[in-house]
Design a binder for this molecule. Structure first.
Ligand code: NZQ
Ligand code: ZN
Length: 390
């Protein structure tokens, strides 16, 4: 096991009707004027917007608004938010939505405290040192941004989607009410739960030995998603099932599952090129890339993949032919994604081989960098993975 430090300062407020405490919690963190940041209107349709506004009012908090965050959140709106926060003297940004709204809020938060262009943080030109406080009312279990220190933003000029991570980017508090997810369309449920699975997958495939506790915690989280996610497709108002999925989504990405190990993250990096160039949902891209990545790398550690197949998908071990066990595990993962109504091949979402070279080139900055820690992938390896996903 590696040495590690673990700290996750986000106050999670979980359960029914917890959004009614948004104003009270914001006041506890010293907020007097809040930026209410949200997406394309789902929170107005569901009535959540009205409840949040009422909660702010009853705690004597005033607010300005910035709606319009798109999935794969855009840099231009972040820049608008930075200007607005400065003009309005905002002291806390309240993100009401999913990963895209939260990531946009985090970007605005670090942008406000920086004299240069906020995109500098996403190109690695600068590192975030401080942020305006952010807080969350979560409406979709998926990205885990409610308890992460990351933000992923798309620069529409060139279609580049890039992440940044910094300790100052943890939200102050995150309100997680599973009831708020009842209105999600089926394809968002599928994409969201694929992303939750992916956050555990990225951490599971590690070269660090003696990480039994986190192996087994991750396996339990993966099992929980595989068991509960399909039930949401026809029981979309089952609170307990949503609660299982929402809490798994937070735990999957709050870094407790990272302790003592080094995750891979190549599948996420490859997926960011899909989202950046083709604007597909992050989870939808992952459901295509992960099985292909597995097929490409499993020979690096057949035992770890056989353990995954056996413990997560209950594949009976073939001791004479462990690769058969591995391939059955990958097959069952693909079947899970298909059962969720997801595409598992690029051709199913209209992405063809003529873009593979460019995606691999962008992902490796012109073949000067590699992706992943479990197996280091160069440009050629990424093209081969994309071909396996074709
Ligand atoms: O915009 P509205 O109208 O609100 O609709 C949204 C959006 O169209 C809709 N939606 C959300 N909650 C709803 C709802 N519709 C009905 N009822 C509700 N309760 O769902 C759509 C997708 O929302 P989005 O926020 O994009 O989804 P998600 O949470 O999956 O976030 C994806 C983004 O997070 C990034 C991804 O790259 C992607 O850009 N990630 C962020 C991470 C982080 N910061 O730690 C880690 C992840 O790996 C991921 O990369
Ligand atoms: Zn993700």
């Amino acid at each position: 096991m590696n040495n590690f430090e673990f700290r996750n300062p986000v106050q999670i407020v979980f359960g029914k009707k917890t959004e009614e405490r948004a104003g009270e919690l914001a006041a506890q963190y010293g907020a007097k004027k809040v930026l209410l940041h949200y997406g394309g209107g789902s929170i107005k349709k569901s009535g959540l917007y009205d409840r949040i506004v009422k909660s702010l009012e009853s705690s004597g908090i005033v607010w300005a608004e910035l709606p319009g965050v798109k999935p794969n959140p855009r840099l231009s709106l972040v820049r608008e938010g930075v200007t607005l926060c400065r003009e309005e003297n905002i002291d806390l940004i309240l993100a009401v939505g999913g990963g895209s709204v939260i990531d946009s809020a985090k970007a605005i938060g670090i942008g406000v405290k920086y004299d240069g262009d906020v995109w500098d943080f996403y190109t690695g030109k600068a590192e975030p040192q401080e942020s305006l406080p952010t807080a969350v009312v979560l409406t979709i279990p998926a990205a885990g941004s409610e308890s992460s220190q990351g933000s992923v933003i798309t620069n529409e000029d060139g279609g580049l989607k890039r992440p940044v991570n910094a300790a100052c980017m943890f939200p102050a508090f995150s309100i997680c009410n599973p009831e708020l997810a009842f209105t999600l369309p089926v394809h968002q449920i599928a994409a969201g739960t694929a992303d939750i699975f992916a956050h555990m997958h990225e951490r599971y495939f590690t070269n660090i030995k003696h990480v039994d506790l986190t192996d087994r915690l991750i396996e339990a989280g993966m099992r929980n998603i595989i068991h509960h996610a399909p039930r949401l497709l026809d029981a979309s108002e089952d609170y307990d099932t949503w609660a299982e999925v929402m809490w798994t989504g937070t735990v999957a990405h709050n870094n407790i599952l990272d302790t003592g190990r080094l995750g891979d993250w190549a599948s996420h990096d490859i997926e960011h090129e899909l989202s950046g160039m083709f604007d597909i949902a992050h989870g939808a891209g992952l459901a295509i890339i992960i099985p292909a990545w597995m097929k490409f790398v499993y020979k690096h550690d057949v035992e770890r993949f056989a353990q995954f197949a056996e413990r997560v998908f209950f594949v009976e071990r073939d001791y004479a032919d462990p690769e058969k066990t591995v391939l059955e595990g990958i097959y069952r993962l693909e079947q899970h994604f298909k059962r969720m109504g997801m595409a598992v091949r690029l051709s199913e979402v209209g992405i063809t081989a003529d873009s593979f070279e460019e995606m691999a080139d962008r992902a490796t900055s012109g073949d000067t960098a590699t992706l992943g820690n479990f197996v280091k992938l160069d440009k050629e390896s990424i093209i081969r993975i994309l071909k396996l996903a074709e």
